[in-house]
Design a protein around this ligand. Structure first.
Ligand code: NAD
Length: 499
């Protein structure tokens, strides 16, 4: 049985709290390891390691910090297969998808390699007589990231890539469900040349999170996970004087206009709805065909495709998706399907009874498809986070804009159409943070920024891209005058102006 401790000050350390969580292999449904759940004191030792490393790292010039990122990128690429297998064995996503998870994180590391340029300040010469003004971006100090189970490579890299390149030192508190990859990434960062204490990984649960949120030496907290916890992290962290960004859950709609290419849309919905067993915050979970005629045609196309989805082990190269992450999560998704039936939605494809031959204890679930889902239903209002696609029919373009705009979540949305005018109006009006036009999963690339609206994100600054640099730095503005001989005769009692 594997045991996962923490990575503090450049070294693996065993947990000392005496509390452990189970790490499953979801493909076979068995416990494969124990993860240490940190106490406050263990978290504090990581904070101290990060505090100690901060002055030296902040003073390291940005080009040298960027070189560590270049080295890290090369090391992750070299170890891609090992990392992908490690990730799949704990999460359950198929190997190719794990590679995608790692690659999307690496793209943020590539962005962070440009940090000397990204941290440049501004300068105004001659803002007044003999006066120049310049601004500089400085790192915050010790910062922490709390990550969800569903992207154990990408999301830690979103966070620590930018934070560390900016000169901060970092504590990552990964999901206790899949701790291996973040620990391995921390080893690789050291190998890449990051000094001890620059990246620490502390495993744990609520106790570790609360220790982060209340520690006076942690300047900022970045969080990704479910909405209830995001809201808690945001309110507790800000109440303790920290800068906080907290990304939460989602319900992503795909609007299908009557002029869209239905074969193309069917492919996109199958991939974006069921890939990674629907355990993606940007998965399409609601399809909104505009007009009943289109809805009938869409159901006809989707039904056989959902019925024939190949659910298999993460290492099966032909699998569409693998098992869900835990038995509890699988049960939660099953409960939502039961509820959908009770609420009166039309269960067109029922994946509940799927059994994976030879892996009967694994956390597998077949694909399910609901039609005639309506906004009053709980299964529409809440996030299911499983291989379940819901169809909510709309009659008009305006209804199709209203559905995602009035939903409590506002992470991603997509529209499928050939009509540029409709797409443009949709993108401008819809109240959602990330919009795809004929793109089912509009996750912006690393040099743009990621973040939802409404209850999908708390705080004002998004992840990665220039916003990420803003989040992990604070700006200082210097107004300077160099005296040109002589002392000014009188003090100024009036606020200086440029009149
Ligand atoms: P989760 O909220 O259960 O866990 C996220 C983190 O919070 C973990 O590190 C966990 O240990 C910690 N945590 C859990 N319970 C806590 C508590 N009571 N107090 C303090 N900390 C606690 O989320 P998850 O199940 O790991 O991830 C799936 C969720 O994340 C989904 O809702 C999904 O939509 C969301 N997600 C959002 C984005 C986004 O960018 N918006 C991206 C990925 C995932």
């Amino acid at each position: 049985m594997k045991e996962f401790g923490h990575f503090i000050s450049g070294q693996h350390v065993a947990g000392t709290s005496g509390r452990f969580g189970d790490v499953f292999n979801p493909a076979i449904g068995e416990v494969q390891g124990k993860v240490a759940l940190a106490s406050r004191a263990e978290m504090r030792s990581a904070v101290e390691a990060a505090l100690k490393a901060f002055p030296g790292w902040a003073a390291t010039n940005p080009q040298r910090r960027a070189r560590v990122m270049f080295n890290f990128k090369a090391l992750v690429e070299k170890n891609m297969d090992e990392l992908a297998h490690m990730l799949s064995s704990e999460h359950g996503k198929v190997i190719a998808d794990s590679k995608g998870d790692i690659q999307r994180g690496l793209e943020v590391i590539e962005f962070a390699c440009g940090i000397p340029h990204l941290m440049k300040g501004e300068y105004t010469e001659g803002a007044g007589p003999g006066i120049d003004i310049y601004s500089m971006r400085q790192p915050l100090g010790v910062v922490a990231g709390i990550t969800p189970f569903n992207f154990p490579a990408m999301i830690p890299m979103w966070m620590f890539g930018v934070a560390i390149a900016c000169g901060n030192t970092f504590i990552c508190k990964p999901s206790e469900k899949d701790p291996s990859v973040p620990l391995r990434l921390a080893e690789l960062m050291m190998e890449a040349g990051a000094p001890a204490g620059v990246l620490n990984v502390v495993n744990g649960d609520k106790e570790a999170v609360d220790a982060i949120l209340t520690d006076p030496d942690i300047q900022a907290v970045t969080f990704v996970g479910s909405t209830a916890i995001a809201e808690y992290v945001y309110s507790t962290g800000t109440a303790h004087g920290k800068r906080v960004q907290a990304m939460g859950g989602a319900k992503n709609h795909a609007i299908i206009m009557p002029d869209a290419d239905l074969d193309q849309v069917t492919n996109e919905l199958i991939g974006a709805g069921y890939g990674s067993a629907g355990e993606r915050c940007m998965a399409i979970s609601v399809a909104v065909p505009v007009t009943d005629k289109l809805a009938d045609a869409l159901v006809e196309k989707l039904k056989p495709r959902v019925e024939s989805l190949k659910v298999s082990t993460p290492t099966d190269p032909d699998a569409a998706y693998g098992p869900l992450v835990t038995r509890e999560h699988r049960q939660k998704v099953l409960d939502y399907i039961d509820l959908g039936v009770k609420e009166g939605a039309d269960l067109v494809v029922d994946g509940r009874s799927f059994k994976m031959q030879g892996y009967e204890n694994g956390f597998y679930l077949g694909g399910s498809l609901f039609d005639r889902v309506t906004p009053e239903m709980r299964t529409y209002k809440e996030e299911i986070f499983g291989p379940v696609l819901q169809i909510a029919r709309a009659q008009e373009f305006e209804d199709a804009i209203a559905l995602p705009s009035t939903h409590q979540y506002g992470n991603g949305v997509a529209i499928f159409t050939r009509d540029g005018d409709a797409a443009r109006e949709f993108a401008a009006k819809v109240k959602v943070g990330m919009v795809g036009v004929n793109i089912p999963i509009p996750v912006p690339l690393a040099y743009h920024t990621f973040g939802g609206w409404k209850r999908s994100a708390f705080g004002d600054v998004n992840q990665h891209g220039p916003e990420g640099v803003r989040f992990f730095t604070r700006i200082k503005t210097v107004t300077q005058r160099w005296p040109k001989g002589g002392v000014r005769e009188h003090p100024d009692f009036v606020i200086p102006t440029m009149k």
